[in-house]
Ligand binder design. Structure first.
Ligand SMILES: [Zn+2]
Ligand SMILES: [Zn+2]
Length: 800
């Protein structure tokens, strides 16, 4: 037994002194009446009727008279009303079934007069089944929704599925072995719909099974006509403001997805590559050695750059060098972008190897040459490499350099490679025609909004600020894909004018007739529809506007925008949070949210991100079957520091399941006593109620602060270290079994009359109580298992 760190237990004190117990410190300012009538009644008032119980049980739950203390005979022990001897995850199924029959249970009900609290939750992006990290992340968000209900708010907790996009398209492409651009568009869309339906339903089933308390009756889908029309309407509202422009310029390009990408779509990964040292002859004699990872781009080399302070090359400034294999001369330019420490210190500037090349071409006004096409193959301009994929072309270029004596050496190198976040393929920089949304102009405004929003944890605001600071190009919003929201534009065939229809309808310009009679510029009557689509973040970035019924319910919108809370993962700050901030600024010149809750990533037991390629993805279903959803919820709430990544292992989830078992055992034990109608408090009763009230206070404060860690741990400590060993197992408590007065036990178990009394951590069931199996006789020998501080109404509270 651990040494006691707790304040004196009145029971122990009583026993030691042989006299009456002193009143515990915690209740000095409260009479027992206070305890009952203030906090308890307060709790009772907010206790929603229990869905799992009968009408009678609900009535009991509302019965305030239960709270009034008076004296009766104590309870007597009988058969436990909880029949199941041990906790089983399968018991959760019964709770879910009980929830299901009450359609109003989680319905957003502002008519009850409570303050409305809107949570913008990430609509999952289905591309297969959820891995366990995602399930736990959504459980955290659910706990927040439940705790906000417990705090007395009318919570709009939507569930959506973000079904547009490359993920589903690539799933179809892989399954059929046929790339999108070889499909008939209509047929491809039909295939995507079929596929997404099955995957989306699987996600919904899982979300319900893990206890999400969302308003599933009103699940929204970003690929619905309604949502797409809304997304288009926001575009069309902004259109007259001149925020969009079209341009042919080099941009990030994924040769696999065959579409331009935004900076937010790109990730960087350390990949093995070769650093190829080449010899560029100088027309005046001699040579300059140049190291590159992209020898296949020699045809597109337009300059060689060296650092102005690099003494090795000072005499070559302004001279020419001859490009091997292709034979054209290029200038040797001094420029601070050159890195003397990398390779030979001299680098080639070609169209386009990387971001530096892009900047150099712009700055030096070099004439670009397109060496790689949209499918990732070498073009005619690459001469003998024509038609090869980039990797093969690189190998062939190295061979040819070797044959012609222009190769110095090849070194293996680990290289930070930009890759497409969807296909994980290295991206290229290709000049293409795209629509852009201005964003760089608003950097300072957006940074100000970031400071206006409250972040939990506060340190994660910096993620958003850093991203805003790092942006270098406007947002390319057009994609050459099919299963997305269409860009609602038509072009005049004669003069090329881009024409936008009025907002409000869902437009498919690639197949719908143009909604114009004549071109306002040249009066031509012939139009061609835009066949490109939006980046999917154009859809997701209006979720907060959609939820608050912008455009359809001005009163609701005015009352609830900015949205109360955005919950999301750290990894999508640069996309979802950033783009929503941008859109809300452009549409309403407002911050999008009052508060932002950022959670970490679920990692494997070794701390690695879960990836199919690593084989470390944990399927949530077996875990749920073995340990139950509640165990997963308790694990993620109590083991995760707010905002930190968390390591998931079955052992830890199993450990959390032990707490559920303990709770069950305690509940079952208590359920074997009759509940007294009224009674008189003993000092032990007052003590435990005071502890309980402290737990409630701490938990309320933590939930207001979106902190799940504190209440879950305090509840665990309360049950494990105080309630079970020092109260339920105490002599006075047991004495009451044989006829003595006891009200606190009844009070503590009071919410247990509710079939389902749970905290957000415990998605469901629970009845308080104590287990014979956990008897520790701490209070009997005058020591106490150490306990903690407080506790929560959570441990006794209802489903929120
Ligand atoms: Zn891609
Ligand atoms: Zn025209």
């Amino acid at each position: 037994m651990r040494p006691c760190r707790w304040r004196p237990c009145p029971v122990a004190a009583q026993r030691r002194s042989g006299g009456p117990a002193p009143p515990p410190a915690a209740i000095e300012h409260h009479s027992s009446l206070d305890l009952y009538t203030s906090k308890w009644r307060y709790a009772a008032k907010r206790l929603r009727p229990c869905d799992g119980g009968s009408a009678k049980q609900r009535e009991l739950a509302r019965n305030k008279s239960f709270m009034a203390p008076s004296t009766v005979d104590g309870p007597s022990m009988g058969e436990p009303t909880l029949k199941e001897k041990a906790w089983e995850p399968s018991l959760e199924e019964g709770v879910l079934a009980a929830w299901k029959v009450d359609p109003d249970l989680y319905r957003f009900a502002p008519e009850r007069g409570q303050a409305v609290y809107v949570i913008d939750t990430p609509p999952p992006y289905p591309s297969g089944s959820w891995h366990v990290g995602a399930v736990m992340a959504y459980s955290m968000i659910d706990m927040i929704a439940r705790s906000q209900r417990m705090l007395g708010r009318a919570v709009l907790f939507p569930f959506g599925l973000d079904r547009n996009g490359i993920n589903i398209e690539r799933t179809v492409e892989k399954r059929t072995g046929k790339p999108l651009h070889r499909w008939d568009r209509e047929a491809f869309i039909a295939e995507c719909r079929k596929e997404i339906e099955a995957i989306g339903n699987g996600l919904l089933e899982l979300a319900i099974r893990v206890g999400m308390s969302a308003d599933f009756a009103r699940t929204y889908y970003t690929d619905s006509d309604e949502y797409r029309a809304f997304s288009q309407a926001i575009f069309l509202e902004l259109w007259p403001k001149g925020l969009f422009y079209r341009g042919e310029r080099p941009t990030f390009w994924c040769p696999v997805c065959e579409t331009p990408l935004a900076e937010a779509d790109i990730e960087y990964e350390e990949r093995a590559s070769s650093l190829v040292w080449m010899k560029f002859p100088l027309p005046t004699g001699g040579e300059i050695k140049i190291a590159t990872t992209r020898p296949e781009l020699l045809a597109a080399c337009r300059a060689v750059m060296v650092h102005p302070d690099d003494e090795r090359y000072r005499n070559l400034h302004g001279k020419k060098a001859r490009v091997p294999l292709y034979g054209h001369d290029v200038p040797i330019v001094p420029h601070p972008s050159a890195k003397p420490e990398f390779g030979s210190g001299a680098a080639m500037v070609c169209s386009y190897g990387d971001m530096v090349d892009l900047a150099m071409f712009r700055e030096l006004r070099l004439e670009p040459l397109k060496a790689i096409d949209e499918t990732g193959r070498m073009t005619e301009a690459a001469g003998f490499l024509k038609g090869l994929k980039v990797d093969a072309a690189r190998e062939k270029a190295i061979d040819e350099l070797r044959v012609r004596g222009a190769l110095d050496k090849v070194e293996p190198i680990q290289h930070q490679t930009p890759i497409c976040s969807r296909s994980l393929n290295p991206i290229e920089f290709i000049s293409s025609d795209a629509w852009y949304l201005k964003q760089l102009d608003f950097r300072e405004d957006l940074k100000r909004l970031a400071h206006e929003m409250e972040f939990r944890p506060t340190r994660h605001r910096q993620l958003l600020l850093d991203w805003m600071e790092s942006l270098t190009i406007d947002w390319p919003i057009s994609r050459r894909r099919f299963y997305h929201t269409e860009i609602p534009l038509w072009y005049c065939k004669k003069c090329g004018e881009a024409l936008a229809p009025p907002p409000g309808k869902y437009y498919r310009p690639w197949k719908d007739p143009a909604p114009f009679s004549k071109c306002p510029k040249c009066s031509s009557k012939e139009f061609v529809g835009e066949d490109r689509v939006f980046d999917t973040w154009m859809d997701s970035s209006v979720s907060n506007l959609f939820l608050t019924r912008y455009r359809s319910d001005p009163t609701f919108f005015k009352a609830n925008f900015p949205v109360s809370l955005r919950c999301q993962g750290r990894e999508i700050v640069r996309t979802w949070l950033y783009y929503t901030t941008l859109k809300s600024w452009l549409v309403k010149q407002s911050k999008p949210f009052h508060r932002v809750f950022i959670h970490g990533l679920g990692l494997d037991a070794r701390g690695r991100a879960m990836h199919r390629t690593l084989g470390n993805v944990i399927d949530p279903w077996p875990l749920i079957k073995k340990h139950g959803a509640d165990a997963m919820r308790i694990f993620v709430a109590s083991e995760t520091n707010p905002g930190d990544d968390f390591r998931i292992s079955e052992a830890k989830v199993g450990g959390a399941a032990k707490f559920v078992t303990k709770l069950w055992n305690v509940a079952r034990f208590i359920s074997s006593f009759e509940e007294p109608k009224e009674g008189k408090l003993l000092p032990t009763d007052e003590w435990i109620l005071a502890e309980l009230n402290r737990l409630i206070d701490v938990s309320r404060g933590a939930y207001e602060d979106l902190n799940l860690f504190l209440p879950s741990n305090r509840c665990r400590e309360f049950l494990w270290n105080l309630f079970a060993p020092h109260y339920v197992e105490s002599r006075p408590f047991r004495r009451t079994r044989s006829g003595g007065p006891c009200t606190a036990a009844a009070c503590i178990r009071r919410p247990s009359r509710c079939r389902e009394t749970e905290s957000p951590e415990r998605g469901r069931t629970s009845r308080t109580n104590s287990s014979p199996s956990t008897r520790t006789s701490g209070s009997e020998n005058g020591t106490r298992a150490s306990p903690s501080t407080s506790s929560s109404r959570a441990s006794q509270s209802r489903r929120t």
